[in-house]
Design a protein around this ligand. Structure first.
Ligand code: PLP
Length: 414
């Protein structure tokens, strides 16, 4: 989007003039070797990611929580099958991922502990940024401590454009950024928007969940020029996809900046694991694609894939990136190994989708993504079903108000 490119360039020039344009400072470490072994199908360790041992006291406490009185019959053997984790690809327990973390820890401990702008950015971080940029078909990428901080960093950097271009005064109303956000976006996006609203750098418009005609009417009646639309790619509480092709059409019509949080799609969706943008073939029409490294990648951290000028702006103005310690080297080494494995063991991705189809055929529910949501209604019904599931050996966390609206308590099965 030419308009946004010009705005980012102007913001960067303003930062440069004030000597506030930062960059990461590379600490040189010997690059990690490629993992020694990958596998043609599931192995026993894959079970480690979906099975946990719970001691009897904890289990009693879980059962007793929420006012439910537990009883003798509540004694289960303590081994639970997890349906509440986000480790879609079962990569967290992969030998290559473990080995990479161990090796890096032995060689470097946790690595230099500081913000990436001070001393926390190493050859390992750079390598992972490069492979994520390639995966997301973007020019560049920035690693962040978490997916949450990636979202707030993007929002504060966006908001800073209004301040930087308003020559030292509070941005006038027509200089603010109009952020259009899906009603069911993740808390990290919402908090990021709240921050920039508080700074009077942006005005937020919340459109009804996936309602493109509502978004269209909000966009057409908004006189602010600097428009941004932000959406999750898969909504974690409903398990449905953002309508990316329709958003791309609206982007063409209005010239807004499109920001997608692909936290649940990275490695999971698309032929190469490029996420929901790859699934819909619209990577080139998404300006900023961010995500989490704690879900499909099975490790920890967040990333922002974008153009180099955007990266420069975010690392100079994204407060949750600047003022936070960078990811430890063993974690980054494990992310590097996980991405490598996901390219080699493509059966992992197809297995997820086989499971989705199998679950749909068993339950006859209309299921479209690997986040399966079963709405049970009242909190009491959810707590009682949760207890029943626990006693049957399944850990499926109920999601209740205020996270979801009253009377729509549900199970999120991942
Ligand atoms: C859509 C979405 N965005 C961002 C996040 C935050 O990611 P992280 O756990 O890496 O902070 C989550 C995690 O729950 C999420 O579901």
């Amino acid at each position: 989007m030419a308009r946004w490119d010009a705005l980012v360039d102007a913001a960067l020039a303003s930062l440069a003039a004030r000597r506030l344009l930062f960059n990461t400072r590379l600490i040189s470490l010997t690059p990690p070797l490629a993992p020694s072994e990958t596998f043609a199908g599931p192995e026993p360790w894959d079970r480690d990611t979906v099975e946990v041992q719970i001691d009897r006291n904890s289990l009693q406490q879980w059962l007793a929580a929420n006012g439910v009185v537990s009883s003798q019959e509540d004694e289960v053997n303590g081994k639970l099958v997890l349906f509440s984790g986000n480790d879609y690809m079962c990569l967290s327990s992969h030998p290559a991922v473990r080995e990479a973390a161990v090796k890096a820890a032995q060689e470097y401990g946790m690595g230099p502990r500081g913000s990436s702008l001070i001393c926390g950015y190493t050859t390992y971080h750079k390598l992972v940024e490069e492979s994520l940029a390639e995966l997301q078909k973007k020019e560049d990428c920035l690693l962040c401590p978490t997916g949450f901080s990636a979202n707030t960093a993007v929002m504060t950097a966006l908001g800073s454009i209004s301040s930087l271009l308003s020559a030292g005064r509070k941005p006038a109303e027509d200089e603010r950024i109009a952020i259009f956000s899906d009603a069911l976006n993740h808390a990290s996006t919402i908090d990021g928007i709240r921050l920039v609203e508080r700074q009077q750098e942006a005005v937020a418009f919340v459109y009804r969940h996936r309602d493109m005609s509502h978004l269209d009417s909000l966009l057409s009646s908004c006189s602010l020029e600097r428009k941004v639309v932000v959406t999750d790619s898969i909504f974690s509480m409903d398990g449905d996809f953002a309508l990316l092709p329709e958003l791309v059409k609206l982007r063409r019509k209005y010239g807004f900046l499109l920001v997608v949080d692909d936290a649940h799609g990275t490695l999971v969706c698309g032929e190469n694991g490029g996420g929901v943008p790859e699934l819909f073939g619209c990577e080139n029409n998404i300006d900023i694609c961010l995500g989490s490294l704690s879900k499909g990648v099975g490790c920890q951290g967040g990333f922002i894939a974008c153009s180099t000028p955007w990266k420069r702006l975010i690392l100079s103005r994204g407060r949750s990136f600047i003022f936070s310690t960078s990811l430890p080297v063993p974690v980054v080494a494990s992310v590097n190994a996980a991405i490598y494995v996901s390219k080699k063991e493509i059966w992992r991705r197809s297995t997820i989708w086989e499971h989705v189809r199998y679950f749909a055929s068993l339950t006859k529910l209309e299921i479209t993504s690997p986040i399966i949501v079963i709405v049970v209604g009242s909190e009491e019904a959810a707590v009682s079903a949760h207890r029943h599931l626990l006693r049957s050996g399944f850990l499926v966390q109920p999601i209740r108000p205020p996270v979801v609206p009253p009377n729509s308590s549900r199970f999120q099965i991942i």
